[in-house]
Design a protein around this ligand. Sequence first.
Ligand SMILES: CC(C)(COP(=O)(O)OP(=O)(O)OC[C@H]1O[C@@H](n2cnc3c(N)ncnc32)[C@H](O)[C@@H]1OP(=O)(O)O)[C@@H](O)C(=O)NCCC(=O)NCCS
Length: 175
Amino acid sequence: MTDTNADVVRTARLLVRLPTEADRDRFVEPVCDEDFMVFYPGVLTEEEATDRFDHMVAVCQTVPFGKQPLVEQSAGLVVGYTGVDYIDFEGKTWLEWGYRLVPECRGRGYATEAGQALLAKAHQSYAGELLAIIAPENLASQNVCRKLGFTFWKQALVEGDLRNLYSLPVGRSAP
Ligand SMILES: CC(C)(COP(=O)(O)OP(=O)(O)OC[C@H]1O[C@@H](n2cnc3c(N)ncnc32)[C@H](O)[C@@H]1OP(=O)(O)O)[C@@H](O)C(=O)NCCC(=O)NCCS
């Protein structure tokens, strides 16, 4: 796959590209690991992880900025994921922006670099509000989300946990 493919976004250090079947093992292993899944309600079982991978592939078939792998160009390895998934909140279905990196690749600005590139796709292909849902104590994630242009909306309970909600208008909804 090359960056002439419209499904691939190249940044200075990363490729952000749609998932393929070859990514399954590299997805399933970390989502069953506590360090990778920090700030998530819990690790997934192998069966849940497999279902989640199928779900990610399905979302990406209809949403070009669905959650997808980040590949570090220097090593050619998947080092995390970013993009949207669907979430129901307060009676409405939203697109929720998220990111998650393997621990050894955190603190290098990858989530922002990949996010800015993938958001360009969102601006071209979608018009509406994106949501980010972040634990108040997750300062790194809130920094990333603000760097991507999201603004604080409110605190609310999401599935029973207090969360900081941020939103970002994209496409024709953007100011
Ligand atoms: C959140 C996450 C994706 C951030 O990605 P990243 O590429 O490592 O982020 P950055 O290197 O740009 O760091 C983000 C900012 O937070 C700061 N930061 C990093 N760790 C921090 C910490 N523990 N406390 C406070 N600030 C922190 C960085 O200094 C940086 O600040 P800056 O914006 O002023 O430069 C990554 O840390 C991660 O995968 N965390 C675990 C999963 C997760 O929390 N996902 C989000 C769930 S909502």
